[in-house]
Design a protein around this ligand. Structure first.
Ligand SMILES: Cc1ncc(COP(=O)(O)O)c(C=O)c1O
Length: 396
């Protein structure tokens, strides 16, 4: 999720060692950029570009596109569901998922206060679908208290209330710092949903990160869910697209709704081809992003003025608290770091979010940590601190 101001920044190309698809053709060395804002900044790899150029295509709108079919089938198989549907974005995947499960007028969905669907998707489920959201506070680990979830389910035969039809969870949980939701918790939500005759949807934008970190198969992790929306364009580095998976009946309805929302795409095999490369090349390397997130977390936590809950960094997202002893506020610090080519974004007044991804190397991690140190050190000196009062726990 990028702010509009950040999206229009004229960024130089990313310069790390494992950059996937630099289009720089000038001989002059590009200034170094370590873009830690989001895993959505990843650019397609050379293999993806080749696969896109050579993709076999048909027409997914009025018939069959063989590459789209292949991607949908592979995703359905990976997640143990009957069918899949290629959609342009995670937002559309979630929207269609909720709207299909809540197709009856007067439906309500239970979802977490910090989930992407609630915070960042413009309330599309209400504005476009007429679905009423019932919000339960998310705990720091991304879960909701199951007693509160159960208590929020409406009594079925009371004219005063909408009808609860769906429970949504998010895995990994973006705003909760990339926390993984366990198999046990997911199963319990599924049991609760089943007991009350409800459906369960998972916003699995980063479900492969969760499966990797938890050491379980994607199929096992989502077994209890009726539908999952999976993004290809986050940590998996594809340029566009998500796949929604579920039963044949669910996907048939989802396909019809996708068309109504303007998500039908003719020769979509061109972009689906990149998604197939994602599944082949990118899932296996997510553990490297997680290891680098740990390194960044430890490095930044060692700097006076920054605080990271290192033990709770599960995957590729690191939330950094800028404390009151910092020489700069979160916004000022991000602004100052840009001068050294390190780009991060604030989430809320005192927090910075950092995300590792395909274009972030070990060297980039060390560079970013050094830049944070350096920037805070310079600021504290400018603000009149003596060397003895420097704001670092470690001067290396
Ligand atoms: C958890 C989560 N769900 C859904 C989305 C929406 O995905 P998209 O930007 O493809 O619409 C995002 C985007 O960052 C996300 O982080």
């Amino acid at each position: 999720m990028l702010s509009s101001q950040q999206q229009v920044l004229p960024l130089p190309e990313m310069g790390s060692a494992n950059s996937g698809g630099s289009s720089v053709d000038s001989k002059a060395a590009a200034p170094r950029v370590v873009d830690l804002r989001s895993d959505t900044v990843t650019k397609p790899t050379a293999q993806m570009r080749a696969a896109m150029a050579n993709a076999e295509v048909g027409n997914d709108l009025i018939g069959v596109d063989p590459t789209v079919c292949k991607l949908q089938q592979q995703m359905a198989r990976i997640f143990g569901k009957e069918a899949g549907l290629f959609v342009p974005s995670g937002t559309m995947g979630n929207l269609i998922g909720v709207l299909v499960h809540c197709e009856v007028r007067g439906s309500e969905v239970i979802l977490g206060s910090e989930c992407h669907l609630h915070v960042y998707e413009q309330g599309g489920i209400s504005t476009l679908g007429g679905v009423h959201p019932r919000i339960i506070p998310n705990k720091a680990d991304g879960t909701m208290n199951l007693r509160e979830v159960e208590a929020a389910i409406r009594p079925p035969n009371d004219d005063s209330y909408p009808n609860t039809r769906l429970i949504c969870i998010e895995n990994t949980h973006n705003r909760c710092g990339g926390k993984c939701i366990s198999v046990e918790y997911t199963d319990k939500v599924g049991e609760l949903a089943k007991w009350y005759g409800l459906k369960m949807h998972i916003d699995g934008a980063r479900i492969f990160n969760a499966a990797t970190a938890l050491g379980v198969s994607p199929e096992r992790l989502v077994r209890a869910a009726d539908s999952i929306s999976v993004c290809l364009s986050k940590g998996l580095a594809a340029p566009v697209g998500s796949v929604l998976v579920g039963s044949n009946e669910f996907i048939a309805k989802a396909r019809k709704l996708r068309r109504a929302l303007g998500g039908g795409m003719c020769q979509a095999g061109v972009i689906a081809a990149a998604g197939l490369v994602s599944l082949q090349d990118m899932v296996g390397r997510l553990k490297d992003d997680h290891r680098r997130a740990q390194l960044i977390a430890e490095g930044l936590n060692a700097i006076e003025g920054l605080k990271v809950d290192v033990a709770n960094v599960d995957t590729n997202i690191v939330n950094v608290e800028v404390t009151h002893v910092s020489a700069l506020g979160a916004e000022e610090l991000c602004e100052a770091m840009k001068e050294q080519g390190v780009i991060a974004m604030t989430i809320g007044g005192t927090k910075i979010r950092i995300v590792t991804h395909y274009h972030i190397s070990d060297d980039d991690v060390q560079y970013a940590i050094a830049c944070f140190k350096d920037t805070l050190l310079k600021s504290s000196i400018t603000q009149g601190a003596s060397v003895n009062e420097m704001t670092f726990k470690q001067l290396t």
